[in-house]
Design a binder for this molecule. Sequence first.
Ligand code: PGA
Length: 249
Amino acid sequence: MERRKIIAGNWKMNMTPSEAVALIEKLKPLVATDSADVVFCVPAIDIIPAVEAVKGTNIGIGAENMYFEEKGAFTGEISPAMLTDAGVKYVIIGHSERREYFAETDETVNKKVLKAFEHGLTPIICCGESLTQREQGITIDWIRQQIKIAFLNVTAGQAKDAVIAYEPIWAIGTGKVATTEQAQEVCAAIRACIAEIYDDATAAAIRIQYGGSVSAASAPELFAQADIDGGLVGGASLKEDFGAIVNWQ
Ligand code: PGA
């Protein structure tokens, strides 16, 4: 089965609302393509102007986080219904920066994944090992555990529509991209883990991105791998390079 590539930018804590609109206007013509899904995951305050700015284009807007409750006394949080009402289609869940600085755990990731599906949002579920874990040889065990917990109580019908982003922590924002072999090996292991949890059809349908210092130079070889279905792109998604990454073929 041919999986459609999905290439998502993760803007992180960059771009004011007016800067966001200016960047979208600049990137719009560069990321136009029929052959992949293109997503801009933007800061919460940029969502409304960003959704307006991408109207009539191939770009989908994603959030970088959300809370797992419906509504209520959770000062500072954003609910799934707020995202869908604003026109958001995707939400990054469990990025390593949220795990490191904002106490996200595999358990909160799971709650958020379940809530995202309940609201028809496509979760981009992040996983990845630290440099120490890689050096200790426990990368695959670690990632399998992250995946198994993230997908607890998620149905096969939901799982097939999920996006998983494999992002080795040591490769994020460091300019140290994983080798093609390292990235493919882990993405294949993630697909095998999904096959174990569900079945071969679900594993064949789910899309797995690589993230971590993806650039216009590294994207073509990475995206050509059998189990890599696109990328989650940080730094390079704020530049014209994102056009070349999206049109990697
Ligand atoms: P990077 O970030 O491309 O700047 O390494 C990727 C990410 O954190 O999603």
